[in-house]
Ligand binder design. Structure first.
Ligand code: NAP
Length: 471
């Protein structure tokens, strides 16, 4: 009789097939099932030497039969309805103590619902965020786990084995109960949106403000990648700008339509930030920028009416480049401060006790926002755990003080030249508002009291007061 598998996986799309090969490569026997059988056949055919550790199954019953109980089964199917359908099918074939692990990009609220629906059924549910795209899934993603600690202990070995490693440390961790893992993955993606948008804004300043060609911009990002901005996203930006389109011979970036797609995790980050009452303005600006990018026809019409900024930034290149690097760094600090503030608030709201330094650590490798910077962030949270915001961690106070003047100069020039810089300017506005001990909301409170009798507090007495508007 064929030896049983240690684990199962449903969904052999881009992510699932790569994750299955990764699991097999780490020495585990894995049983796989895909709704469309031809995909399973093609997968097995391409598995090469790993074929011996893979048990292809044509039905979900066969899948359950092929795994040694108690069974861990990873779902890597399209998020949403497909996950509920698969769970319903699995309930009919699994038995007590089996673990269903949803590794897709689920909305954490769905994960919480599924977790609680399965409670008491004998089955355990894990919501697992996986980041790193196709390459990460194959060779080591960053893995963010939500569920009971006991269920994590049962799958910890396989998950840490397949995860990315940063200086030998696995980028996989248990972060809290029910939706914790998927929430953290959502905020990871929100931060990713901000990171990408801010990089694109700097590219816009170089392209449209200074009139530089893609091939001239590439080495600038390449150089920055050797410094404090070192990260996967800066690295691929340099590579993208270098690449030529085989059809036209032009830089490929110049033939790509300027309409950005999105699948929802950025939007969810913004919705949850707003619901929690946490300002995440750089992430909001990045999501809005993608939406505006999709309005191509309207933008073309508006350009005809209003004109568009052309080369003519009032700065010389040699002086501007170091400022651009520092501006991007300052914007990045503000965006990460926002993302981590959202997670801190969610942790309280949902009782997760999210370990912020651990989250920063498991993002150092494997995931899309991996960077050197996250190591500094992990240290800052570990050593100054009581700070209310990353901006207040001593190391980051120093970095922000050094770089925000550059962000200010860059934005002043970009705004003057008519170049859009929504995420970078939101980041600066957030910083300037955050550090303003006496803001301007006294006027807002007065207005609210004037039209709605909402009352206000005074700076010199406690209690609720009304203004002299009626008289
Ligand atoms: P994909 O290549 O489009 O594959 C989708 C998989 O879902 C296929 O195996 C498909 O089966 C299955 N599926 C769809 N609807 C189904 C249904 N109603 N019942 C059963 N199976 C169904 O997608 P992917 O990129 O691998 O993404 C899978 C999940 O990972 C998604 O939640 C995605 O958001 C998440 N994710 C993706 C990335 C990435 O970079 N691509 C990164 C992190 C997370 P059939 O072959 O039968 O259609």
């Amino acid at each position: 009789m064929e030896q049983k598998a240690d684990i199962g996986l449903i969904g052999l799309g881009v992510m699932g097939s790569n994750l299955a090969l990764n699991i097999a490569e780490k020495g585990h026997r894995i049983a796989v099932f895909n709704r469309t059988t031809s995909r399973t056949d093609a997968f097995v055919e391409q598995a090469g030497d790993l074929r011996d550790r893979i048990i292809p199954c044509k039905t979900i019953e066969a899948l359950a039969e092929a795994i040694r109980p108690p069974r861990p089964i990873i779902l890597m199917v399209q998020a949403g309805k497909a996950v509920d359908e698969q769970i319903a099918l699995l309930r009919g074939v699994l038995s007590a103590n089996d673990i269903v692990i949803d590794a897709g990009n689920a909305n954490f609220r769905d994960t919480m619902r599924r977790f609680h629906e399965l409670e008491g059924s004998g089955l355990t549910f894990i919501g697992m965020g996986v980041s790193g795209g196709e390459e990460g899934a194959r060779h080591g993603p960053s893995i963010m786990v939500g569920g009971t600690e006991e269920s994590w202990r049962r799958v910890e070995d396989v998950l840490t084995a397949i995860s990315a490693k940063y200086e030998g440390e696995p980028c996989a961790a248990w972060l809290g109960t029910d939706g914790a893992g998927h929430f953290v993955k959502t905020i990871h993606n929100g931060i990713e949106y901000a990171d990408m948008q801010m990089i694109a804004e700097i590219y816009g300043i170089l392209r449209d403000g200074l009139g530089m060609a893609a091939k001239e911009i590439a080495p600038i990002f390449g150089g920055w990648n050797r410094g404090r901005l070192n990260s996967y996203l800066i690295e691929i930006t340099a590579k993208v700008l270098e690449a030529d389109d085989p059809q036209t011979g032009s830089p490929v970036v110049d033939v790509i339509l300027d309409r950005a797609g999105q699948k929802g995790t950025g939007k969810w980050s913004v919705i949850e930030a707003q619901t929690l009452g946490v300002p995440a303005t750089a992430i909001e600006a990045a999501v809005a920028a993608r939406v505006l990018s999709s309005m191509k026809d309207e933008r073309i019409a508006a350009q005809k009416v209003f004109g568009v900024a052309g080369p003519g930034l009032s700065a010389d290149r040699a002086n501007l480049l170091p400022d651009l690097e520092a501006a991007l760094f300052a914007g990045k600090i503000a965006a990460y401060a926002q993302g981590f503030a959202v997670m801190a608030a969610a942790s309280k709201e949902f009782g997760w006790n999210l370990p912020l330094p651990v989250i920063a650590k498991i993002w150092r490798a494997g995931c899309i926002i991996r960077s050197q910077f996250l190591g500094r962030l992990a240290e800052a949270f570990a050593t100054s755990g009581s700070v209310p915001n990353l901006l207040m961690a001593p190391d980051f106070v120093e970095m922000m003080n050094e770089t925000h003047p550059s962000l200010r100069r860059v934005l002043a020039r970009a705004v003057e030249a008519g170049l859009p810089v929504p995420a970078l300017s939101s980041a600066l506005a957030y910083f300037d508002s955050y550090r303003q001990g006496r803001g301007t909301s006294n006027l807002i409170q007065a207005q609210r009291d004037f039209f709605g009798a909402h009352g206000f507090e005074r700076i010199d007495a406690s209690g609720a007061f009304h203004g002299p508007w009626a008289s």
